[in-house]
Design a protein around this ligand. Structure first.
Ligand code: DGJ
Length: 700
């Protein structure tokens, strides 16, 4: 190609970008594109419409009014009211392999923009952008949004909404003329954060159809947008949501926008998750060692720290086969409830007169690792830290922001506050054998001012810096990102953490959909999934142990329950489930996640299959009662059609509750080809609602 253009291609997706009259244009983002494309400019030349521009405009990626674009621009800002409209010209265009870097300048607005697009072999495209002030006056940047054009076949979008204990619930809707915006203004990604925004064709399902997905790599305020204009064009975009005056660039200063991850899949929503999972698993920092079976103490003891009780829990944990024990909230000074103590990261000698070292030793002596809870960004007004430094909180106009869980947020953009949190937490880690910390963030940021300016961006960058520094100082440390459950799960923080706490809701039925949709982007080995007690702490619901154990198996498994109260038979099942988890975690944490398009909304059928299909583990889950006696057949896509497989049910944590006289005989084993399993399948047993069973499929 003689003109400036770049075709980035992977086996599942292509991106074609071109420079047209100085503007950068995405010609194609979708299925792999091959062959002659040099005449696309001519092929796509629009008619000159009535009541329209004299020359058909193509403003491209920058979506500028100066080039005739009438929708939301890519970049907005001004210099004290001037330089408010831009016209960028491409000045540099480099393309090597699947990486394309572009520089643009607007000499009137005195801005330089550096963009990069990189497509990896799994079909994950990463778009980055940096805006530089090349003038001498301050430039106030109001907004920078990464945009992707959508073909007209994309008629729907899917995104996620949620609340505490019910994160990432899907919402699918038709794209119509106008702009649809999903904003996050919590100063953390939030329970309501959309882990992805996905455009779809009407028939796109888990297994088939086209999907165009974006996910913003940012843990602060953000927005996703879908815009269809009255000219018929449509696009999806995402960017950081900047508060007024939050980014004012002085001369030569740059703003680095959060990256956007974008995936096209012709294989439905599972194609999207497969690309994200493969990309994330290929990172150098992706956890490599087997994910330790975890006991978290929170739901067992809450703030009631009693060494004898904790030892009892550890004893039972050791019998069951637990590999990591985590002491949650309540270990530090004056933290006898949630009204005091945050900020004072020293061991509370009122409950731990000899410090934490003896209990850690007790745990380690049983061959179990130890983890500890922190909530470093927060401070209770009732704390020594706040009494000494009330000025260290994020605040505006001399006001104290409203309290949430009796706490305020420390301004980590303030060096004093930042160093206090870093040094206090790091000292605890240096003094003890702690391999893992759970880092919580239990409130939203409002009125989050830093020295009179909006401070969410600064705060977000500070926590990234702090995690990186903790990991630098304590190289073996693993960090779990928790925020009242799953309110900080995003691709911005993912490179700094090793696990996400998926939700405070351990109720296995509620967890089914929370985990199903969180794993749309995040691979299961990064998602904490615990067996909770009955009745469940959040829902009060009583569920079979088998249901709770199967649900917790599809993630980084653990237990969050007062296991000293378990019966001998429950302990036996927990121990056999622990063995099953350890035997199968290599598969569960590396295989392809499959969500079958099961034709009955009352059940889920999903699982994990190894790349060579030698072994797969599926869960069949009856969520609510089926309206028919016999639910639809269980069919398993993705196996080798000619290979023969042994299929059988397994019950590592006991039987489910059935609603039948005799279950189908295949449960004890049946041999079928991959083709028969995909096309014909097996009779689904009649399970009672809120029950699940495991099915193993082994290649013979
Ligand atoms: C909220 C977390 O999500 C819980 O798991 C627990 O750590 C509590 N905070 C402790 O305060």
């Amino acid at each position: 190609m003689s003109k400036q253009s770049a075709l980035l291609s992977a086996s599942t997706a292509s991106l074609l970008i071109e420079v047209v009259n100085g503007a950068l244009v995405i010609r194609h983002w979708g299925a792999p594109l091959v062959g002659e494309v040099s005449d696309l400019g001519l092929a796509l030349q629009p008619s000159i419409a009535n009541s329209s521009w004299d020359e058909a405009p193509n403003s491209g990626l920058m979506r500028e009014g100066s080039r005739g674009f009438l929708g939301r621009p890519t970049l907005s800002g001004h210099r004290a009211g001037k330089a408010w409209s831009t016209k960028f010209e491409v000045t540099d265009f480099h393309h090597i392999g699947n990486l394309c870097t572009i520089t643009m300048r607007d000499l009137y607005a005195e801005l330089e923009l550096s963009l990069s697009f990189e497509l990896d072999s799994f079909g994950v495209l990463i778009q980055k952008a940096e805006v530089k002030n090349i003038g001498s006056s301050d430039y106030c940047l109001d907004e920078y949004i990464h945009w992707f054009p959508l073909p007209r076949e994309a008629t729907e979008t899917l995104d996620f909404s949620g609340r505490w204990s019910n994160e990432r619930q899907p919402q699918r809707r038709e794209i119509q003329t106008g702009t649809w915006v999903r904003e996050t203004r919590e100063g953390r990604s939030g329970h309501n954060f959309s882990i992805a925004d996905i455009a779809l064709t009407p028939n796109t399902s888990f297994q088939s159809g086209s999907a165009w997905a974006t996910s913003i790599a940012w843990s602060g305020n953000s927005h996703y947008l879908v815009e269809r204009l009255f000219d018929g064009s449509q696009s999806m975009g995402a960017g950081e949501l900047l508060l007024p005056g939050e980014v004012i660039l002085s001369a030569n200063e740059s703003y680095e926008a959060p990256s956007i991850f974008a995936v096209y899949s012709a294989d439905g929503l599972d194609g999207v998750s497969s690309a994200f999972h493969s990309h994330l698993r290929a990172r150098d920092i992706h956890p490599k060692r087997p994910r330790p079976l975890t006991l978290n103490m929170w739901e067992a003891i809450s703030f009631d720290h009693n060494e004898a009780k904790i030892k009892e829990l550890v004893d039972v944990a050791a019998q069951i086969g637990i590999e990591r024990v985590v002491i949650d909230d309540g270990w530090f000074r004056s933290r006898r409830n949630d009204r005091s103590g945050l900020g004072d990261w020293v061991v509370d000698t009122a409950v731990w007169p000899n410090g934490l070292a003896p209990i850690i030793e007790y745990i380690n002596d049983k061959g179990i690792e130890f983890g500890l809870w922190f909530e470093g960004e927060m401070v209770n007004p009732n704390s020594d830290l706040y009494r000494a430094h009330p000025e260290w909180i994020l605040h505006e106009g001399g006001r104290i922001p409203p309290l949430w869980r009796h706490q305020l947020v420390l301004d980590l953009g303030n060096d004093g506050a930042y160093n206090h949190v870093l040094e206090a937490t790091s000292a605890i880690l240096s003094q003890h054998n702690i391999s893992y910390i759970k880092w919580d963030h239990n409130r939203v940021l409002v009125d989050a001012g830093h020295q009179g300016r909006a401070g969410v961006r600064r705060q977000t960058q500070a926590i990234y810096r702090l995690f990186a520094e903790l990991k630098r100082r304590h190289p073996a440390l693993e960090i779990e990102s928790c925020a009242s459950g799953g309110a900080r799960i995003d691709l911005g923080i993912i490179d700094l953490v090793d696990r996400f706490w998926t939700s405070d809701n351990n109720d296995a039925l509620a967890r089914q959909s929370i985990q199903r949709w969180t794993s749309q982007v995040i691979p299961p080995e990064l998602l904490g999934t615990h067996i909770g007690p009955v009745p469940g702490h959040q829902t009060g619901r009583t569920l079979e142990l088998s249901m709770r154990a199967i649900t917790a198996l599809f993630g980084h498994a653990g237990i969050e329950w007062d296991i000293t109260e378990t019966t001998p038979s429950e302990r036996e099942y927990l121990a056999s489930w622990a063995v099953y988890y350890k035997e199968n975690r290599a598969l569960l944490h590396s295989g392809k996640s499959i969500r079958v398009d099961y034709p009955d909304e009352h059940s889920y059928l999903y699982g994990v299959s190894s790349a060579d299909t030698k072994k797969s583990i599926f869960a069949y889950v009856q969520l609510t009662p089926s309206n028919v006696i016999h639910p639809p057949a269980l069919k398993f896509p993705g196996l080798e059609v000619n290979a023969t497989y042994l299929v059988k049910a397994v019950f590592p944590a006991g039987q489910p509750r059935y609603m039948l006289i005799a279950p189908p005989e295949w449960l004890s084993g049946v041999k079928l080809s991959g083709s028969a399993l995909a096309l014909i399948g097996l009779t689904a047993p009649i399970l009672a609602p809120a029950n699940a069973m495991l099915i193993e499929i082994t290649k013979l």
